[in-house]
Design a protein around this ligand. Structure first.
Ligand code: NAP
Length: 542
C-alpha cells in the first residue's frame, strides 16, 4: 500500500533486487477523488519511474480497498494514466465497477484499448473479483461472466479459503483458463495457492516486500517465496509434499525439506498445510489432496493433532492400497505418508525410528549397538512418549514409564504390553510412580514431557532436578526430546555433570531425514538438515 511515492519507489527497487518481476502499486490511500491533482500526479510518477513493469490498483472500499471517492474519478485517473507517455503495464479494476455502467466501461476502454500503432505498450486491463469472507456461491458464475468480457486481458479471482480444499478449486480454474488468469485463496488456508501458482500456469502470484507489508492476509514475503519455497523452480511436474497439522505456521519442517530437495535436485516443494483438529476435516482434506491428480501429492509429515487420525484414515480407506509399518501398529500413531509411483500409500512413524537411532548412537561407543540389555526410563506418556517407547520396545529395551498423571503412564504400558502380546518383542514395558523417577535404576533417561520447552507450560523446569541428577551414576545417558531450545535445563545440568547427552534437535533432524529418504529414495543431507534446524529456531532460544 503506497503512503509515500518516494518510499514506494525505493521499495520497488528493493523488490527488483530481491527478484520480483512486476510491481503492484496499491494507490487507494494517495488518491482522494476528482480534485486530487497532486495524488494523480504522484501516481503517474509511480508508473513512469517504476523499475519494473507495474500494475496500478486503486481499490474501492466496496471491494475491500481504502479508496472512498467516486468511481468516475477513479476511472478518470486510469484514463489519464492510459494517455500518458509512460503508462503502467496494467491497471486493475473490479468486475463490479466495470459492469456497473456502459459509461464507465467506455472510459475504461479509452484507458486500455489503444491500437498498437498508437501506443505500445498500452495499459492492459486486469479485471478482478474478491471475496474477503468466504468462497462465494457465485464463484463459477462470476468466472463465466468475466470470460464473456474480451476487454479483460487478465482475469483475477481471489477469495478467502475455508480450508485447504479451496486451493484445489483455484488450481482447477487456472488449468481451465482461456486467457492469463490469477486465482488465489486468501487467509491462513490460502498460502498453497500462492506458492503453487506457477505449477498451474497462473499469470502471477503476489508477495509482499516485508511480512508486515502484506496487502492481503496469507500473502508470503518475496524472500520466503523465492528462498524457502523455491518458487522459480516450480513447474507443472513439481511434486507436492507438506506438513499437515494444527497449527503448522511455525513448523520448521518446510525449512528442512525444501533445502533438502534443492540439495539433491528433487523436483518437489514442501508446504505448511493447516488442517483443523477435527477428524472430519482431516479425512476430507487428505482424501482431496490424494485425489487431485495434477497436484502430484507425494507425501506428508503429519503432526499434532492428526497422528492417530492418519492411522484411522489408512485403515478405513479401502479405495487405495495402504501399507502400515509395524511400528505404527504398535504405537497407534503415524507421522509420515508416502505416496508411491503407482498411487499406493504407506504410513510410518519416523519419530519412533529416529528416537531409536539417537539412543543407539548414544550407546554405541560404550555399550555396542544392541538396546536389548538397556533399561530405559521414559519420562512422560503423551504422543512423543508413545512413539519413543514403541520404538525402544521393538528394539528390545526394557522400559519404565514415569508420568505426572499416573493413569496415563499405566495406560501406555498396558497398550505396549498388549501390542507385544499381538506381535512379540524382546523388550518389556511397565509403569512406575512419578515420585520414583529420581531413583530409577536405568542406564538411559528420555524426557518426553514438554518441561523445558520454550513457549510451553514450564520452560524453566526439568523433570529431574540437579540434585537428583547428581545422585545418578555419571555413566547415565540423558536424551531430551525437546528441541526448542536445544539446551534445556535438563541437558545443561547433565552436561555440567559430564553425562552423555543428546538433544531433541538430533531426533527432529533424524525423523525428517527418514521421511525424506522414504520420499526420495536418496540419502538425506543430515548435516544440512541440522544446520537449517538450528538456524530456523528463534534466536532467543539458542
Ligand atoms: P503431549 O502429548 O501433550 O504430552 C505432554 C507430556 O508432558 C505429558 O506426559 C504431560 O504429563 C507432561 N508434562 C507436561 N507438563 C508437565 C509438568 N509440568 N510436569 C510433569 N509432566 C508434565 O506432548 P507430546 O506431543 O508428547 O510432546 C512432548 C514434547 O516432545 C514436546 O514438548 C516437544 O518439545 C517434544 N517433541 C520433540 C520432537 C522431536 O522430534 N525432537 C517431536 C515432537 C515433540 P501429563 O500426562 O501429566 O499431562
Amino acid at each position: 500500500m503506497v503512503d509515500d511515492p518516494d518510499a514506494a519507489l525505493a521499495d520497488a527497487r528493493e523488490a527488483r533486487v530481491i527478484g520480483a518481476d512486476i510491481i503492484e502499486f496499491r494507490v487507494d490511500r494517495i488518491f482522494h477523488g476528482e480534485a486530487d491533482e497532486e495524488g494523480a500526479a504522484a501516481i503517474a510518477r509511480l508508473a513512469a519511474e517504476s523499475p519494473l513493469p507495474c500494475i496500478i490498483t486503486c481499490r474501492a472500499a466496496h471491494e475491500g480497498g481504502e479508496y472512498d471517492g467516486d468511481d468516475a474519478a477513479r476511472i478518470a485517473l486510469y484514463e489519464h494514466l492510459g494517455a500518458s507517455t509512460t503508462p503502467p503495464r496494467y491497471i486493475d479494476l473490479e468486475l463490479s465497477t466495470y459492469t456497473r455502467s456502459a459509461n464507465l466501461r467506455q472510459k475504461v476502454h479509452l484507458a486500455t484499448d489503444w491500437p498498437a500503432e498508437q501506443r505500445d505498450p498500452a495499459p492492459r486491463l486486469i479485471l478482478s473479483f474478491h471475496d474477503f469472507n468466504t468462497r462465494p456461491a457465485t464463484l463459477l458464475k462470476t468466472l463465466a461472466d468475466m470470460r464473456e468480457l474480451p476487454a479483460a486481458k487478465v482475469l483475477k479471482l481471489a477469495w478467502k479459503a475455508r480450508s485447504i480444499r479451496d486451493n484445489l478449486e483455484a488450481f482447477d480454474i487456472l488449468r481451465e483458463r482461456d486467457r492469463p488468469t490469477i486465482a488465489l485463496c486468501m487467509g491462513e488456508f490460502g498460502l498453497m495457492s500462492r506458492i503453487l501458482a506457477p505449477k498451474f500456469g497462473a499469470f502471477l502470484t503476489f508477495a509482499s516486500l516485508r511480512d508486515a507489508a502484506a496487502t492481503a492476509p496469507g500473502q508470503p514475503a518475496i524472500r520466503e517465496l523465492l528462498d524457502l519455497y523455491r518458487f522459480r523452480s516450480i513447474t507443472p511436474a513439481t511434486r507436492t509434499y507438506g506438513v499437515i497439522g494444527w497449527p503448522v505456521a511455525h513448523s520448521r519442517s518446510p525449512h528442512l525439506h525444501n533445502a533438502g530437495f534443492e540439495a539433491i535436485d528433487h523436483d518437489a516443494v514442501y508446504l505448511p498445510l493447516p488442517v483443523p483438529p477435527e477428524w472430519e476435516h482431516f479425512k476430507a482434506t487428505l482424501a482431496a489432496l490424494l485425489d487431485h491428480e495434477p497436484l502430484n501429492f507425494r507425501g506428508a509429515s503429519i503432526t499434532l493433532p492428526h497422528k492417530e487420525h492418519l492411522v484411522r484414515f489408512a485403515r478405513q480407506d479401502t479405495a487405495r492400497r495402504w501399507a502400515i509399518d509395524p511400528i505404527v501398529e504398535r504405537c497407534g500413531a503415524a507421522n509420515t505418508i508416502i505416496v508411491n509411483d503407482d498411487g499406493s500409500c504407506r504410513i510410518d512413524n519416523t519419530d519412533a525410528h529416529a528416537a531409536v537411532a539417537v539412543i543407539r548412537s548414544m550407546t554405541a561407543q560404550r555399550d555396542g549397538h544392541s538396546l536389548a540389555s538397556q533399561r530405559i526410563a521414559i519420562i512422560g506418556a503423551g504422543g512423543v512418549a508413545r512413539a519413543v517407547a514403541a520404538g525402544l520396545l521393538e528394539a528390545g529395551a526394557t522400559i519404565t514409564i514415569y508420568n505426572r498423571t499416573p493413569g496415563r503412564a499405566q495406560r501406555l504400558a498396558d497398550d505396549l504390553s498388549a501390542s507385544a502380546a499381538a506381535s512379540p518383542v524382546r523388550g518389556a514395558a511397565t509403569a512406575e510412580p512419578w515420585e520414583n523417577l529420581p531413583s530409577a535404576a536405568c542406564e538411559i533417561f528420555v524426557n518426553c514431557t514438554s518441561m523445558g520447552m520454550a513457549g510451553g507450560p514450564d520452560p524453566a523446569a526439568s523433570p529431574i532436578d540437579p540434585a537428583a541428577l547428581s545422585r545418578l551414576p555419571a555413566t547415565t545417558a540423558i536424551f531430551d526430546t525437546v528441541y526448542n531450545p536445544p539446551e534445556t535445563p535438563l541437558i545443561l545440568a547433565a552436561n555440567a555433570r559430564g553425562m552423555r547427552t543428546a538433544t531433541g534437535v538430533g531426533m527432529f533432524v533424524e525423523q525428517a531425514a527418514l521421511q525424506f529418504e522414504r520420499w526420495t529414495a536418496a540419502t538425506a543431507p543430515r548435516a544440512l538438515f541440522h544446520k537449517v534446524a538450528l538456524e530456523s529456531l528463534p534466536p532467543s532460544t539458542l
